[in-house]
Write a protein that binds this ligand. Structure first.
Ligand SMILES: Cc1ncc(COP(=O)(O)OP(=O)(O)O)c(N)n1
Ligand code: TZP
Ligand code: MG
Length: 217
């Protein structure tokens, strides 16, 4: 299911499969609070079967809430569960290949950190850019130094597709990221590892512009 141009949701809640986290509990809470989009992300070491099982359940929950479901990295899993699209980065399929795999109507997100890569992803058919780390994060290892709002701004000014800022995003940091030109934010820890993921989601929704991104029907 395609999202109309300009209607990409502003809050992307990314699943957290790290030990001690109630992955699906957090997804249910986020959706109940009004999260418009869930991205299914598993550890690199997870099997395809584990990724598929989680994605199938998340896709069903998203359907119940008229929310969008994307799958990170594993585009065959996205296709297998009927997700709305997928997200790829430097170690995944290139954006143009992801677009060919998922088709012209799918949502295809591509990671980038600087303007030239953003322009190139745009030409390759990306629907949106995931740009980060915006701030320090302990959720993913091996990342470069945080880009800060200035780094987000540099990419946002270079493209005409939505920029989703990722990495260490909290509700308090959202206004600066929006001022820098981000369309929205992607969040792992500040929702899934919050004491109350429902309230945490509400806190994000309060500081994001209202949700033209929620899918009809
Ligand atoms: C919205 C969004 N932006 C960036 C990423 C990161 O993707 P990638 O660089 O491929 O890293 P992994 O998430 O695969 O570890 C993302 N998932 N979502
Ligand atoms: C996957 C990824 N890519 C850049 S930062 C990041 C992790 C974001 O997680 P958190 O919201 O917990 O900082
Ligand atoms: Mg990836």
């Amino acid at each position: 299911m395609a999202v109309p141009p300009g209607a990409l949701p502003r809050l992307h809640v990314i699943t957290d499969t790290s030990p001690g986290v109630d992955t699906l509990g957090a997804v249910r809470a986020a959706l109940s609070a009004g999260a418009p989009l869930i991205q299914v992300r598993v550890e690199d070491a997870a099997t395809d079967r584990a990724a598929f099982d989680l994605a199938l359940r998340v896709a069903a929950l998203c359907a119940d809430h008229a929310a969008i479901c994307l799958v990170n990295d594993r585009l065959h899993v996205a296709l297998a569960v009927g997700a709305h699209g997928g997200h790829v980065g430097a170690e995944d399929l290139p954006v143009d290949a992801a677009r060919r795999v998922l088709g012209p109507k799918a949502i295809v997100g591509g990671t980038c950190r600087e303007p030239d890569a953003g322009r190139s992803h745009r030409r390759a058919g990306a629907s949106y850019l995931g740009v980060g780390p915006a701030h320090h994060t302990s959720t993913k290892d091996g990342l470069p130094d945080p880009l800060g709002a200035a780094g987000i701004r540099a990419v946002a000014q270079a493209v005409d597709i939505p920029v989703i800022a990722i990495g260490g995003v909290t509700p308090e940091r959202v206004p600066d990221l929006l001022d820098a030109g981000a369309h929205g934010v992607a969040v792992v820890a500040a929702i899934s590892r919050a004491a109350d993921p429902f309230e945490a989601t509400k806190s994000f929704l309060k500081v994001l512009p209202s949700f033209e991104g929620r899918r009809e029907g």
